[in-house]
Design a protein around this ligand. Structure first.
Ligand code: URP
Ligand code: ZN
Ligand code: ZN
Length: 485
């Protein structure tokens, strides 16, 4: 789209036309980039003042000039599904704290991540949130905004803690239909959804049927099938399809919107399509593992497959194709990492006591916050499957819109200057030695990508340049708008 025609449709955050109003007085000006905006892509300058995008136009002047000739300017990535320093059971430790996770996020082109508050033991949700935010304070290289995890539908959680926390801007929570000790039954999920409706929050659902999984897990163990690959075989597509159907039906009954996270296959996506046809407001998320990995990755020699143990598990190439079709057709709203890092060579990680005796004991989750954007850029944009605008929507703009991050997620006048500059021709193989997370491996070792983020700015300040983190931890916790049914 030409600069002249774009100029007429650029809107500021309040919806009024605001373009090329001032050509000087910027703290920073980014020149020469192809700029991806919700209204299209154009070659123009970005003028930044006081941490916000002040001007989009040509010939802009500023105290600092970043020459981005040949690069693409995108909204900084928002990864709305990451796990950081989350309690993971006795003796088990996540590989990332806030410092390492947000350092990796910034180096992967992100400017905001959304981790989950999980109460430890019988800690209250409110106490858990206070402790978690205190842990993050002063540590983060990107902004953060927390979801809650509701693992108990008790009266204090539903009647006091959730309303108080939602009022403070933590306006989304996840419920689990799997994981013993975390999962809620249907009656409990309905009561939680009712609170979401009353208080203006969004419910996220992990949709896998725990009883069906336990039936298969128990059978596998009794047959001596205990290797990591049996994690994938005991969580087949039907357990996710059924739970997705049930979750969307519960949302229909409760009259609330919902987000189905980490959708891994075509049958679950079909359930989401059907629910939408019935008028249910369902958002769908998928992740890099479901377009690039398969269950065969868990079937490697010895214990190596543990590196790929996550839930839902990666499927097969037919299901990858179904997920790609969904991405191309706009059936997915967001593309997140589900970054959940455990070290491999570590008894506090994948090699937990009992993990080699049964896949049941392998901590679930894989690292991916730094590689999410390059994988989708390379497999999606560089290979011609999705446009630059679809990429920006799937990785930033839709996350901001759905989760109520008003100032984030788009290159528009008035928004925070959260920007990532991409070199679309930089080709490299993903390599653990180049990454910044706390895990000791990447599931994508050797995976070739074309397109890599080379400069990340958080509210106008550089937090990564040429693969290296930069600056002090400026990241803040961002409160969010309420969600309407
Ligand atoms: O295996 C995974 N995905 N672990 C993270 C927790 C979750 O269910 O998202
Ligand atoms: Zn989950
Ligand atoms: Zn997760």
């Amino acid at each position: 789209m030409a600069i002249e025609s774009l100029a007429t449709v650029w809107l500021n955050a309040t919806g009024t036309v605001a373009m090329q109003s001032e050509h000087s007085g910027h703290d920073t000006v980014i020149t020469g980039a192809q700029v991806v905006t919700p209204a299209g892509t154009a070659l123009c300058d970005i003028g930044i003042r006081d941490g916000r995008i002040a001007t989009l136009g040509t010939g802009l002047q500023g105290d600092r000039v970043i020459d981005a000739t040949g690069l693409i300017a995108m909204p900084g990535g928002i990864d709305s599904h990451v796990h950081i320093a989350q309690p993971s059971g006795p003796g088990i430790e996540m590989a990332d704290d806030f410092a390492s996770a947000t350092r990796a996020a910034a180096c992967g082109g992100n400017t905001l991540v959304m981790p989950f508050v999980l109460p430890d033991g019988d800690q209250s949700l409110r106490d858990a949130t206070n402790a978690y935010l205190a842990q993050a304070e002063g540590q983060c290289l990107t902004d953060i905004s927390c979801h809650l995890i509701v693992k108990s539908a008790d009266p204090v959680t539903l009647g006091q803690d959730l309303p108080a926390l939602i009022a403070l801007g933590l306006t989304s929570f996840k419920v689990f239909m799997t994981y013993e000790g975390m999962r809620l039954n249907d009656a409990e999920i309905l009561r939680v959804m009712d609170v979401a409706k009353e208080q203006g929050a969004l419910t996220l659902v992990h949709a896998e049927n725990e009883d069906a999984i336990e039936f298969l897990r128990d059978k596998a163990e009794r047959a001596g099938d205990t290797a990591p690959v049996f994690h994938a075989r005991s969580r087949p597509v039907p357990v996710e399809r059924e739970a997705t159907h049930r979750a969307t039906t519960l949302a229909e009954v409760a009259g609330v919107p919902l987000m189905i996270v980490h959708v891994s296959n075509g049958a679950a996506l079909e359930e989401i399509r059907r629910a939408k046809e019935r008028g249910v407001k369902v958002y769908a998320e998928t992740c890099p593992q479901y377009i690039t990995l398969t269950a065969d990755d868990l079937d490697r020699a010895g214990f190596e497959g543990a590196k790929w143990v996550c839930s839902p598990p990666p499927r097969d190439t037919d299901e990858q194709a179904a997920i790609w079709a969904g991405l191309e057709q706009g059936a997915f709203d967001v593309f997140s990492s589900d970054h959940c890092p455990f070290r491999f060579a570590d008894p506090a990680g994948k090699d937990a006591p009992g993990a080699r005796a049964s896949f049941r004991n392998i901590p679930n989750g894989i690292p991916g916050v730094e590689t999410r954007l390059p994988i989708l850029f390379s497999e999606g944009v560089s290979k011609g499957r999705i446009t630059l605008e679809a990429f920006a929507a799937l990785t930033a703009t839709n996350h901001a819109r759905i989760y109520g991050l008003t100032d984030k997620g788009a290159i528009m006048v008035g928004k925070d200057a959260d920007i990532v500059l991409w070199d679309p021709s930089l080709t490299k193989a993903i390599c653990q030695d180049d990454l910044h997370h706390g895990a000791d491996y990447t599931p994508w070792e050797g995976f070739e990508v074309t397109g890599w983020p080379v400069h990340t700015l958080l509210r106008g300040q550089t937090v990564m340049q040429n693969g290296a983190p930069e600056g002090v931890p400026l990241g803040r916790h961002v409160a969010r708008e309420k969600v309407s049914a």
